[in-house]
Design a protein around this ligand. Structure first.
Ligand SMILES: [Zn+2]
Length: 114
């Protein structure tokens, strides 16, 4: 089982973790022999998926296509938002009271900088 990381914040997504997967492959059309690339799986943690969906459209046609798909997921059912909310709660509980960064702070920089 390969280790998966959120494309945006680089958080490790262990198997069983909630995440959004974007599958991508390329294939030739109208060309013989037909060729097909390996399928790639791109993962986002729930927080990044929701954050991306709420944010402005990205640049680039492929980014835009993925953004529209993630927006569709986030807007069609609150389950993904709830997963992001739960993960954020776990994270804020690990912060010490004095506001300094926890030593075992997960890699959420990309999320917070958004
Ligand atoms: Zn992430």
């Amino acid at each position: 089982m390969e280790n998966l990381y959120c494309l945006r914040c680089n958080r490790e997504l262990e198997s069983g973790n909630k995440s959004v997967a974007v599958y991508m492959f390329a294939q030739t059309v109208g060309i013989r022999p037909r060729q097909k690339s390996a399928a790639k799986r791109i993962c986002f943690c729930p927080q990044c998926a929701v954050s991306l969906a709420m944010g402005p459209p990205p640049e680039g046609a492929l980014n835009l296509a993925a953004w529209e798909m993630i927006r569709e997921l986030v807007s069609s059912d609150p389950a993904l938002n709830e997963a992001a909310w739960e993960a954020l709660q776990v994270f804020t509980r690990t912060l010490p009271d004095n506001g300094t960064e926890a030593i075992a702070r997960p890699a959420v920089g990309g999320y917070l900088e958004f």
